[in-house]
Design a protein around this ligand. Structure first.
Ligand code: SAH
Length: 449
């Protein structure tokens, strides 16, 4: 039974229902969400002020009214019948407390301060939320399916524990996290069929991780978790030092380079390096700037992994276009100015830029150019030659989303000159389109450097 009809009561009711409880609400009036639940027949409603005779044989009672007198009466009536009672925000009237929970059912983590500071409990909970992947629930559910089989397969408790530890910390769990549940189940069956010998298999795995454009806060939870789990990290120049700082301290770091015309390790060799490291049994994090599948050659790297039977997963990252545009106050699309956006590479081949100019110069389209700094002059010239106004606004974002971010604005006519007169540092992203004008109104990010 929950006494009270407002928002606090509604939140308690929702949690109780999620745990499978049948709930009766006592309150003369109901807020919208509770009223909806009553209408749908999911909640029983007693439309009255609480009276001691309402105290039936409930399993739990929660008082969530803003009337201290009513709350006290509820607590007294419950205690008289030995029913556990919780009065929201009033620890001394409670016979039990409701912890803050991280719900990965069937896995549940509860955080309690014994009622001293629910806000602190919530903050701690938020931290744990970021540490425990959402897929732990699915992982636990899958392990439940295999419990009996594992028991039958290994007769000592020790052998079983070892087996589970291996499964939960290895590629099988990783597959569940990556949404490859069927593959994970097949692996479990194979492990069980082959026994412990197979669980000692030396094959490692590769995580192809998008590290985002620079600001470490823009990493995904999954990226961070895998960065902390890998024993070897192969990174390139675009990965910011702040992001690199977040890989496991004792992980081996291999710099794979990639400066323009100065590839520290040729792509072919990187592909083979990843295969070799994984085959040696390492958990390898291939950490790339931005998103691995946007001008990141991620496709080539996993193609070889696929061929060689190396388990891998791909973690998307925030690509430079999204990061730089947001942090420069330039929406890439806008109802009034731009209905589409194209991501293109300005990389020069034999000194010229080969792009589908007709397709690019459509009206109301934003163009984002990666790797375009060196070719800025031919880029601007070709756009004008293909009919774009020389007055079209263009922005160049240097080291976007980092504390060194700088944005240079101009027009197609002026930008080559702007670039010539500045000491521009890589990486830079170019944005062309009417949307660039919005920056004068929408710029919010203030880098400290
Ligand atoms: N996979 C990456 C892009 C790699 S290509 C991604 O999704 O972002 C390299 C180009 O990305 C650079 O030449 C530059 O144009 C752009 N770039 C990447 N990070 C950037 C940043 N922080 N600021 C500006 N441009 C960036």
């Amino acid at each position: 039974m929950v006494v009270g009809g407002g928002e606090v009561a509604a939140r308690k009711v929702a949690l109780l229902q999620k745990a499978g409880a049948k709930v009766t609400v006592v309150s003369p009036e109901l807020g919208v969400s509770l009223a909806t639940g009553v209408k749908a027949g999911e909640i029983t409603h007693i439309p009255a002020q609480f009276q001691p005779e309402h105290m039936g044989d409930y399993a739990l009672v929660i008082a969530a009214t803003d009337d201290a007198g009513v709350n006290e009466a509820v607590a007294a009536a419950a205690k008289a019948k030995n029913i556990p009672v919780n009065v929201v925000d009033t620890p001394h009237l409670c016979t039990f407390i409701v912890p803050s929970i991280v719900d990965r059912s069937p896995v549940v983590v509860a955080v309690s301060t014994g009622g001293d500071s629910p806000v602190l409990a919530r903050l701690i909970r938020a931290k744990i939320e970021t540490l425990v992947p959402a897929s732990y629930g699915r992982l636990a559910a899958m392990m439940a399916k295999f419990r009996d089989k594992v028991k039958a397969r290994f007769d000592s408790v020790n052998a079983r524990r070892k087996f589970w530890e291996k499964v939960l910390q290895g590629p099988i769990a990783e597959k569940v996290f990556a949404g490859q549940d069927q593959a994970a189940e097949a692996d479990m069956e194979a492990e069980l069929a082959q026994g412990s010998a197979a669980t000692d298999s030396k094959m490692g795995e590769v995580y192809l991780v998008g590290g985002g454009p620079g600001d470490p806060d823009l990493l995904t939870f999954r990226a961070l978790r895998l960065m902390q789990q890998a024993d070897v990290v192969v990174h390139d120049r675009l990965v910011s030092p702040e992001v690199l700082d977040l890989v496991r301290r004792d992980a081996e770091r291999i710099y794979a380079g990639k400066e323009r015309n100065n590839h520290a390790i040729p792509q072919e060799e990187i592909n083979h390096l990843l295969v070799r490291l994984a085959k040696e049994g390492h958990r390898v994090c291939r950490l790339k700037g931005g998103d691995p599948f946007i001008f990141g050659r991620g496709g080539e790297e996993i193609e070889l992994l696929m061929q060689e039977g190396v388990p891998f997963q791909v973690v998307p990252g925030i690509t430079a276009a999204s990061g730089c545009a947001s942090y420069a106050g330039i929406p890439l699309t806008h109802r009034d100015y731009s209905q589409s956006v194209s991501f293109v590479t300005g990389h020069l081949k034999d000194g010229t830029v080969n792009l589908n100019w007709e397709g690019l110069v459509q009206p109301r389209q934003t163009i984002v150019i990666y790797m375009g700094l060196v070719a800025i002059e031919p880029l601007c010239r070709e756009l004008i030659n293909h009919g774009v106004s020389p007055e079209m606004p263009i922005a160049l974002v240097q080291q976007g989303t980092t504390q060194h971010q700088r944005v240079y604005e101009g027009t197609l006519a002026t930008m080559p000159g702007v670039v010539k007169n500045q000491d521009i540092k890589a990486p830079t992203l170019i944005i062309v389109g009417e949307v660039v004008r919005l920056r004068s109104k929408l710029n919010w990010f203030q880098p400290t450097d």
